[in-house]
Design a protein around this ligand. Structure first.
Ligand SMILES: *Cc1c(COP(=O)(O)O)cnc(C)c1O
Length: 398
């Protein structure tokens, strides 16, 4: 958490900020103050560390991937966020924010979810800490992810269907914010990625930096040196900033964030904000946004629901602009190939989101021959097997 107090009030160059309705200005200020106090409070930090260790199951392993590494001509390691409780990195942020909510005296949390992963993580964290939980989810996503809706309800959460707009994640965020405006005295909004108005991008980054901090210790233990390259997929950007954050000042380490290239270059066919986006404001933050010539938010496509969002976290927009992190993309096809390949070579079924990071590395391995590479395996692929089976991936020994 070394960087928690070092941010410049949520401004990342000209990106970030807090473009929120007036009714949210006071709650955001209260949240900012509570957050900075909490991360200076030994008791809070100990409680967070204890939950990460004994409930989330951290540290997660840093696993060598010798077979795939050898095929690619790299020394390859995987940071195993797939082994964290509920199956992805998202739980780090969910339990951190729920602990913060409880410290602030809130009795209820609100969350938005697309594929359901953040909703499940928040429902689990709320159950653990005795908080009521309401999750907003687009009607279409509820149909696509019926099993996760059931899991959230099993964990005691109320799942509310969002029937407006495109009935997907973007609309669920709007509804969650609307709820928060009306319920802020007893509710906290657990935002699910490194997005939204300040202080959210900084809060989310801080609770996920445990990923990079563990990776540093583990790679030094295993190899006696720091890696040459870090690779992570970028939806909103939380797993990526969690890994990259603690290494940003090690300027000799290259970093690549991988977006969803989807099935083509045209607007609506991908979620590659760095390639196809323009500066704009979405959900309270100035960042790169996929939009049409009239500034209307564009549709997006990705085979992985977790990368399918029209804006990127503002800190990533800035890290891309200053050239500290390179942002690349992997197509649906490259991700699906990587999904099957990691399953066969290393006995690990990765989330389709994480498969984008692997897919980019597989396509670009030659340029990194012999180097020490860490890929963030942000989640497990169990949630995706219905999709991949439907597409015939990995069937029949191909
Ligand atoms: C949600 C999710 C992502 C994308 O979110 P980020 O905030 O960009 O990390 C990536 N991988 C998995 C497994 C996810 O569930």
């Amino acid at each position: 958490m070394a960087h928690a107090t070092g941010r410049r009030r949520g401004r990342f160059g000209r990106f970030g900020g807090a473009y929120a309705p007036e009714t949210l200005v006071a709650p955001l200020t209260e949240l900012e103050r509570a957050f900075y106090e909490a991360v200076e409070d030994e008791e809070f930090l100990l409680a967070f560390a204890d939950l990460l260790a004994r409930w989330v199951g951290r540290p997660t392993a840093l696993t060598p991937a010798p077979t795939l590494g050898e095929q690619l001509g790299l020394r390859l390691y995987l940071k195993r966020e797939d082994l964290a409780h509920t199956g992805a990195h998202k739980i780090n942020n969910a339990i951190g924010q729920c602990l913060l909510a409880r410290r602030m005296g809130k009795r209820r949390v609100i969350a938005e979810t697309g594929a359901g992963q953040h909703g499940v993580a928040t429902a689990a964290a709320a159950a653990r800490l005795g908080l009521a939980c309401t999750v907003y989810m687009g009607e279409i996503d509820m149909q696509r992810q019926a099993l996760n809706v059931y899991r959230m309800r099993l964990l005691g959460a109320e799942v509310r269907a969002v029937t407006g707009g495109s009935r997907t994640l973007k609309d669920a965020v709007n509804e969650a914010m609307r709820d928060w405006v009306g319920s802020v005295t007893d509710s906290h909004y657990v935002l699910g990625s490194a997005l939204g108005p300040h202080p959210f991008p900084t809060i989310v980054r801080t609770f996920h930096e445990v990923i990079g901090e563990e990776t540093r210790r583990q790679i030094l233990g295993a190899e006696g040196r720091l890696p040459d390259l870090l690779v992570a997929c970028v939806g909103g950007g939380s797993n990526a900033i969690g890994l990259f954050g603690p290494f940003l000042e090690d300027t000799e380490i290259a970093m690549v964030g991988v977006e969803a290239g989807g099935r083509g270059e045209a607007l609506g066919e991908h979620a590659a904000r760095f390639a196809g986006g323009r500066e704009g404001v979405l959900h309270g933050s100035r960042t790169l946004v996929l939009q049409d010539e009239h500034g209307q938010i564009a549709g997006t496509h990705s085979v992985s629901a977790g990368l399918d969002y029209p804006a990127v976290g503002p800190e990533h927009a800035w890290l891309g602009e200053i050239g500290r992190v390179r942002y690349e993309r992997a197509s649906d096809e490259q991700a699906l190939e990587a999904f099957a390949r990691l399953s066969r070579t290393e006995g690990i079924v990765p989330a389709l989101e994480s498969s984008h990071a692997l897919g980019w590395l597989i396509a670009n391995a030659e340029a990194w021959g012999g180097r020490l590479v860490v890929v963030n395996l942000s989640g497990r692929g169990d949630k995706d097997v219905e999709t991949t089976r439907g597409l015939g991936v990995g069937d029949g020994g191909a």
